[in-house]
Design a protein around this ligand. Structure first.
Ligand code: URA
Length: 316
């Protein structure tokens, strides 16, 4: 995007915020259509502008399965403002022989999902000329946009192939990631690497990133304000890479991208359309470390991804 266009958009966003309209462009329920497939097509080129919208009342409860210290039900689920997050998408689409699409459970439980835009607007446009480098630059070296910066050692932007067909999205860096500045390098990361290799890929073939770029203290889940502040950068990363498949690791990333309150086990393994990419959610590797019995389920999900990407499992 040239600087004139950028200025124009920033000015309009500032103007809207000054008017108290906040993230009006993300919540156009009056034009909502129930036809998720068609709406998802319309949102194909959607790109969230890089502003941190104000939180509001509607909430999305977050996940449950990843962090070791709490059981799924007991965990204090943070909530994220549904309408304050970047452009919503939640559509089951593209059923084909190789893509197993279960019934659209989350989408049909309508109130849990954000309404979908029925058409494009200024705010659905991609940032022309955007790149991972520009996004990294935009975040800056000393980001203080949210409170996570206080405990941060290194910001963890993302790693891998900028043209990857497959992107894995986790929730946020842990201790090892915070020290090394690279996502998924701890125990859960080693398991993720094994999963990637079992799919016949190498770590450097895919792209790996998180919803928030700085480590939440004590490995807690990212909180609402942190997700709202940081997720626009994730949206930009996904818009630049335009992967064929996005694989959400755990409910934090799945709920953030799908804008749902539903627990991951309700829609794990099902296909969604996310701005032209296919999106699937599976359990977080950290959950698998504690629940090895769930590995079979995850492998089934990864096999669906492999079918879409035409991959053969690694030979032993
Ligand atoms: N867990 C995540 O969600 N992301 C990481 O980068 C590491 C652990």
């Amino acid at each position: 995007m040239d600087s004139e266009n950028r200025d124009r958009i920033e000015t309009r966003l500032r103007y809207a915020n000054d008017l108290g309209l906040g993230p009006f462009y993300l919540n156009r329920s009056s034009t909502q259509t129930q036809s998720f497939g068609a709406a998802a097509q319309a949102s194909k080129v959607a790109q969230a502008p890089n502003v941190a919208p104000a939180p509001n009342a509607s909430t999305v409860s977050a996940p449950s399965e990843e962090r070791p210290e709490k059981t799924p039900e007991k965990r204090n689920a943070p909530s994220i403002s549904a309408s304050a997050l970047p452009v919503p998408v939640a559509a089951i689409s593209n059923r084909s022989a190789s893509v197993v699409s279960a019934p659209a459970k989350p989408a049909s439980a309508s109130t849990s999902f954000m309404p979908l835009p029925s058409g494009l607007s200024l705010f659905d446009e991609r940032i022309e000329g955007d790149s991972l480098g520009l996004i990294r630059e935009a975040i800056g070296d000393n980001c203080t946009r949210c409170k996570l910066h206080k405990g941060r050692t290194k910001l963890v932007f993302g790693v891998g192939n900028p043209k990857a067909e497959l992107v894995f999205v986790g929730e946020g860096p842990g201790r090892d990631e915070d020290l090394q500045g690279e996502p998924f390098v701890g125990r859960a990361g080693k398991l993720l690497t094994q999963m990637i290799e079992a799919m016949g890929l190498r770590r450097e073939d895919v792209y790996i990133c998180n919803v928030v770029k700085c480590r939440p203290p004590e490995n807690r889940l990212p909180e609402k304000d942190e997700i709202i502040t940081c997720s626009p950068f994730l949206m930009r990363q996904l818009a630049v890479i335009q992967p064929k498949v996005i694989c959400c690791l755990g409910s934090c990333s799945a709920q953030t991208l799908l804008q749902t309150t539903q627990g991951i086990s309700r829609f794990r393994g099902e296909w969604f359309d996310f701005r032209g990419s296919k999106l699937i959610a599976t359990y977080h590797p950290a959950y698998l470390l504690r629940n090895p019995n769930a590995k079979g389920e995850v492998w089934k999900d990864l096999q669906k991804v492999m079918a879409v990407l035409g991959l053969q499992p690694k030979r032993k």
